[in-house]
Design a protein. Structure first.
Length: 123
């Protein structure tokens, strides 16, 4: 039996601002934006090529906005990812090299922290 992680809730204060950040600046695809009722709005966003999405919205999590840390995206080319984020106005760290990969780090407007990794494969 497979157990697949397919959705991670990211707590935000302003859903429209967060949606614009993730789609227009980071490049996620907006899959769904549905208001169930006045207390529940479900927005699902997916990074290109990912089998896992994030959800932002109203009433989707009780976590405090900005409290998520450690969500990681993996890319094949960290330099290209860095240029993409920088060109789209995302405040992103310089590329950092570690024995386990090359990384850049950024945060969304609420302070939820993300890392982007290019895995260094051993031959």
């Amino acid at each position: 039996m497979d157990w697949k992680l397919e959705l991670v809730a990211i707590p935000v204060t302003d859903v429209d601002r967060a949606k614009a950040f993730y789609t227009e600046r980071v490049g996620f695809v907006a899959d769904h934006d549905h208001r169930v009722n006045e207390n529940l709005r479900f927005v699902q966003l997916t990074p290109p090529g990912s089998g896992c999405s994030i959800t932002i919205g109203t009433g989707v999590t009780e976590a405090a906005p900005g409290s998520v840390q450690g969500v990681q995206l993996v890319v094949s080319d960290i330099e290209t990812a860095h240029k993409h984020l920088t060109a789209n106005g995302v405040e992103v760290s310089e590329v950092q090299d570690f024995p386990w990969g090359r990384f850049v780090f950024f945060a969304d407007p609420d302070g939820n922290k993300w890392s982007v990794q290019e895995i260094q494969r051993k031959n």
